[in-house]
Design a protein around this ligand. Structure first.
Ligand code: ADP
Length: 687
């Protein structure tokens, strides 16, 4: 009995519960909160009793571009708006009551993101998410979804309502933008260009790491402003850069400049900056966008090019000068040949011409050789030869110059056939003679030169040592470079182009040998050492030398000062033939003392002289008793306005350029002397 009672009670409770659910549903339906009702597998679509509110609701949802999908808690679709129908290709009638995953497959960026969205929905009743939807037709839709919880009037959970916005187009544009940014970043990075973006209201700049690297930072600096930038600019250029920035701001034009910047480690670098004003939508400049490039490497290449260009100009000037130098004595000698029949003088003049011609030929040959070697066009003709023969020939070749400069030459030679080498005899003679000539040229007159040779570790070692000018340490590694000369000033190049040693090095290396130089420094002499591999023994040939003559005394006393002995002597002979008395000096100090003792009326003074320069000699001569009355004529290979001005400044009356026209000099002779000479019958030319 009582069991029957319990069963009836339980049935009654269940019926009550169902009644309550039915009442709740009715309540929700009346409130217009529910569109469809699912009973078992049946879906019942409902209309609100309030017609007008139903229509409004439908209109709003129908107008929406966003898809709206409502689901119950089990995920069955209970509502689709027209946009959702269109997007997912699904009719409401066929879809309601089915699970939403039949509409599309949803892909989350990550599991964490999915969990985050679920937690957000649970906690706040609404969540936002960004997912990829794959529709039944295969479309991929980037969806931005806002999902809210649906509740009934009493707040009991009914399901969810999702408003789904298709952001595929926005996503595509953003992807294109990201790609274009990445592209730009790649281009800037690969070109080493930094970028910056200066806000013209706050004057704070955004900047890339590359921008900061241009200022020597490996980590980005927290802040950049115009003031911080200027503090990095080299102090010498700061004002100019500041002014150009102001000008660009005022004119609204572009900002472009190159300047030096100082890095935190104090090193100096070059940057190139471009800036352009960006107005945005408004009229007033909003930002300045810019790039920055470290151009230190380019600057140093430019400097190297400029320096190469300068070297080329210097070389051409030296070449012209060196080719013109021998012309003066040749011209003088030719005049002598015309003016005299005296055998000894004729002979001397002929020797001068020969010797000077040889020097010119030597120069031109060196030039041709070096260009042939650089182009790999020189072929050696190697044979078995005795090093002794090579050394003897070289001495013969250089003897005239060594004697002319009154050097003492000591030979420490090996016995015959002691050092046999396989070499091109002519080229090896050229090498040693070059070194001997240099020793003679770069040692003040009356110096000492030692030529020695011996065998050492399978090599013939030859040294040329002098007591001369020596080579300053910084120059030692460079003397074998093309066109390298320790002192390029005025005429101190001593009749060379700075290619002799380059030629020596190349020729020795072509013989499988080496050459090196040592010097204790200025005025401490030099030693050149050549090493060539030896084999075992054979012989070669020779040359000769000469010396100039003196002349006839007359009233006009002329002092000729030139370190080129031939130039001085030939000019002296010329003046003597014109009836003057002459004296000759070969360096600046000798010129001053000769001027004092000989008391000349006219001094023809070379500018580039050993000891003191022609300019200094002239200054001192002007200080001598009677020095003011002397006619001082400067003779130089250099004829620029600045060179003339420097001569006049030093006290010269005239500045003549080599080769000097004898008529011009003759016209300058003091009158009483000139009246006593036979006039040369060419017109006066030059200055
Ligand atoms: P050049 O003699 O035509 O100037 P070289 O190539 O022979 O050219 O020599 C290069 C430079 O090396 C010379 O200009 C000179 O300054 C220096 N030099 C060469 N030999 C000597 C030496 N024996 N003593 C001092 N300096 C020397």
């Amino acid at each position: 009995m009582s069991e029957e009672l319990d069963r009836l009670r339980a049935e009654n409770a269940a019926l009550h519960e169902r009644l309550r659910e039915a009442e709740d549903t009715l309540h929700a339906i009346r409130g217009g909160e529910v569109d469809a009702l699912i009973v078992g597998t049946q879906v019942y679509t409902l209309e609100s009793a309030d017609e007008s509110s139903n229509r409004l609701r439908k209109d709003v949802l129908a107008q929406m571009e966003d898809a709206v999908v409502a689901c119950d808690d089990a995920g069955h679709v209970i509502y689709l708006n027209p946009a959702a129908e269109a997007r997912y290709g699904a009719k409401s009638s066929a879809t309601l009551g089915r699970v939403w995953t039949e509409l599309f497959e949803e892909r989350w960026p990550s599991d964490e993101e999915r969990q985050r969205a679920a937690a957000e929905l649970a906690a706040q009743g609404v969540s936002r998410s960004h997912t990829l939807q794959l529709t039944r037709s295969g479309e991929r839709i980037h969806a931005e979804t806002t999902t809210s919880r649906l509740r009934d009037a009493e707040g009991a959970p009914l399901g969810t309502l999702s408003v789904i916005r298709d952001v595929t187009e926005r996503e595509r544009i953003e992807a294109a933008l990201r790609e274009s940014r990445a592209h730009l970043r790649f281009m800037l990075d690969s070109a080493g260009v930094g970028d910056w973006d200066l806000d013209l209201t706050t004057f704070v700049a955004r900047h890339s790491l590359r921008h900061d690297q241009c200022f020597g930072y490996s980590e980005p600096l927290p802040e950049w402003r115009p003031g911080i930038f200027l503090a990095h600019v080299h102090p010498e250029e700061r004002e100019a850069v500041k002014a150009s920035f102001k000008a660009a701001l005022e004119s609204g034009g572009d900002w472009h400049f190159e300047c030096r910047v100082v890095w935190p480690d104090r090193s100096v670098h070059w940057i190139e900056v471009h800036g352009a004003i960006y107005r945005g939508d408004g009229e007033t400049p909003a930002r300045m966008l810019g790039t920055i490039l470290d151009i230190t490497a380019r600057k140093s290449v430019e400097e190297a090019l400029r320096s190469a260009d300068r070297s080329k100009d210097e070389f051409l000037a030296t070449l012209a000068h060196e080719l013109r130098n021998p012309l003066a004595p040749i011209r003088n000698a030719l005049e002598i040949l015309r003016l005299t029949r005296e055998e000894e003088t004729l002979e001397s003049a002929r020797h001068i011409i020969e010797r000077q011609l040889r020097q010119m030929i030597h120069l031109v040959d060196d030039l041709l050789d070096i260009s042939r070697i650089t182009q790999g066009k020189i072929d050696l003709r190697p044979e078995r030869i005795d090093m002794l023969t090579v050394l003897q020939n070289a001495v013969e070749t250089s003897r005239p110059l060594i004697d002319a400069r009154r050097h003492e030459l000591t030979l420490k030679l090996p016995p015959a056939d002691a050092l046999t080498v396989r070499a091109d005899a002519t080229r090896l003679v050229q090498v040693i003679a070059n070194l001997l000539n240099n020793a003679a040229k770069y040692t003040p007159e009356g110096g000492r030169i030692v030529l020695g040779a011996w065998r050492e570790a399978g090599h013939a070692v030859v040294t040329v040592e002098d007591s001369g000018l020596g080579i300053p340490a910084p120059m030692l590694p460079r003397v074998f470079d093309m066109f390298a000369q320790v002192d390029r000033s005025l005429e101190r190049t001593q009749g060379g182009l700075g290619i002799g040693l380059a030629l020596v090095k190349k020729l020795v290396e072509m013989h499988g040998g080496s050459v090196r130089v040592e010097s204790e420094g200025e005025n401490r002499g030099s030693r050149f050492t050549v090493r060539v591999p030896t084999i075992s023994g054979v012989p070669s040939r020779a040359q000769q030398r000469q010396r100039p003559g003196e002349g006839v005394p007359n009233e006009a006393r002329v002092l000729i000062v030139d370190d080129n002995v031939d130039s001085a002597t030939s000019l002296a002979t010329m003046f003597e033939l014109l009836g003057c008395r002459t004296a000759v000096a070969h360096d600046g100090l000798a010129a001053v003392s000769e001027a004092e003792s000989f008391a000349p009326e006219m001094i023809v003074l070379d500018i580039g002289l050993p000891g003191i320069s022609g300019h200094e000699a002239a200054r001192r001569i002007r200080q001598l008793p009677g020095g003011r009355a002397m006619l001082l004529v400067a003779v130089s290979g250099w004829g620029q306005d600045a060179d003339r001005a420097r001569s006049l400044d030093a006290g010269f009356d005239h500045h003549l350029v080599k080769p000097v026209d004898i008529d011009v000099l003759q016209a300058m002779l003091p009158r009483r002397a000139a009246s006593n000479v036979h006039r040369l019958d060419r017109g006066v030319s030059g200055r």
